[in-house]
Design a protein around this ligand. Structure first.
Ligand SMILES: Nc1ncnc2c1ncn2[C@@H]1O[C@H](COP(=O)(O)OP(=O)(O)OP(=O)(O)O)[C@@H](O)[C@H]1O
Ligand SMILES: [Mg+2]
Length: 328
């Protein structure tokens, strides 16, 4: 299979006004990215992730080495045609709303009016902004702007999507949402290269990762290979009780292996957050308070739920309606 992104010995030294070396940002980067996967470029702040992305996009030039996108140099228009990009920070026209912004990008791509209107509606809904599509971007929160940026990156239905810190500024629900969307795009056959400094945050979506530190490759490979611990297995048991656990521990010890830890199974905080808020969320993206409390009742202590019921808004349906209207 031909690699969609390939680089050899890619090196970038930033220079000052006089051309004197100022900062060695990237050293000998070799990337071999096959199509149809989510590839994570990971590393702490200043490790060279954005520099790599700028080199792949042809926004800056390498000091040494080469890179190709689909076999072509990054400056080639043909390679750019099939590429979508979400920058670290998006700069939008603040007085435009989401719909106008996306249609504006459609115009830059030379799309006919009907087509760019259809595409912008489709993407606005896909990123969950349909209720806010007429609001000016200056009123948008950071997470909402990130969603517009993501929609913009996908406007031309690119086969390669490059996203610089796509989850920055998003709440846990937004993180999960974006990650699910990336998986959806990958399943449609697109290739996604994303960068992040929050390793735990994206480890559940990347097929392959490349870890950078101070411009150098520290590790690369499949996430499963990089993070698995040889000889160690996690076992999740349903309907366990102390007697069953004791019997299992005894059986394991008898084989010569040993049980290193034994803890009640827990979901991650992200999974907890997503479960309770997604359940209480209406299609309209607003939270249905009563349904949310209903879903939360196993997780909240009863006093908190009873206390919430006594609040004026919940006790009086008219007051609740007014409160909803005031929020509009
Ligand atoms: N235009 C520039 N001139 C000089 N040095 C630069 C320039 N752009 C980036 N650098 C330096 O190159 C190194 C890598 O920067 P880069 O922006 O690629 O890091 P990053 O991994 O994207 O970090 P972050 O997680 O903070 O976004 C840093 O030391 C940075 O200061
Ligand atoms: Mg960066």
């Amino acid at each position: 299979m031909t690699n969609i992104i390939q680089s050899e010995g890619l090196t970038k030294v930033y220079t000052d006004f006089w051309g004197r070396p100022k900062r060695r940002a990237l050293e000998n980067l070799n990337l071999n990215i096959e199509p149809g996967q989510i590839y994570g470029l990971l590393g702490p702040n200043g490790s060279g992730k954005t520099t790599t992305i700028k080199l792949l996009l042809g926004l800056i030039f390498p000091t040494k080495g080469q890179v190709t996108i689909d076999g072509l140099p990054p400056s080639n228009n043909e390679s750019r045609r099939n590429l979508g990009f979400l920058p670290e920070e998006s700069y939008f026209y603040e007085f435009m709303n989401a719909e106008q912004t996306l249609e504006f990008f459609g115009r830059l791509f030379g799309m006919p009016k009907k087509e760019r209107r259809r595409r912008s509606r489709e993407l606005i809904e896909w990123v969950g902004l349909e209720n806010d599509r007429k609001r000016k971007l200056k009123e948008y929160s950071k997470g909402m702007r990130r969603r517009v940026g993501l929609a913009q990156a996908l406007f031309n239905d690119p086969k390669l999507v490059i996203l610089d810190e796509p989850t920055s500024g998003l709440d846990p629900l937004g993180h999960r949402d974006v990650k699910d969307k990336l998986i959806e795009l990958r399943d449609q056959g697109k290739t996604i290269l994303l960068s992040s400094h929050l390793l735990a945050d994206i480890e559940d979506v990347c097929d392959q990762v490349h870890v950078l530190y101070q411009g150098k490759t520290i590790r690369q490979g499949s996430l499963a290979d990089l993070t698995s611990k040889p000889g160690l297995y996690d076992l999740t048991i349903q309907s366990a009780n102390p007697e069953i656990l004791e019997a299992i521990t005894a059986a394991i010890t008898e084989t010569g292996a040993s049980v290193l830890s034994q803890n009640p199974s827990r979901e991650t905080l992200e999974a907890f957050f997503v479960r309770i808020f997604r359940a209480g969320k209406k299609r309209s993206e607003r939270y249905d308070r009563k349904k949310l409390l209903e879903d939360l009742k196993d997780d909240l202590d009863p006093a908190a739920v009873d206390g919430a019921k006594d609040t004026p808004a919940a006790a009086d349906p008219a007051a609740e309606k007014n409160a909803e209207a005031a929020k509009e």
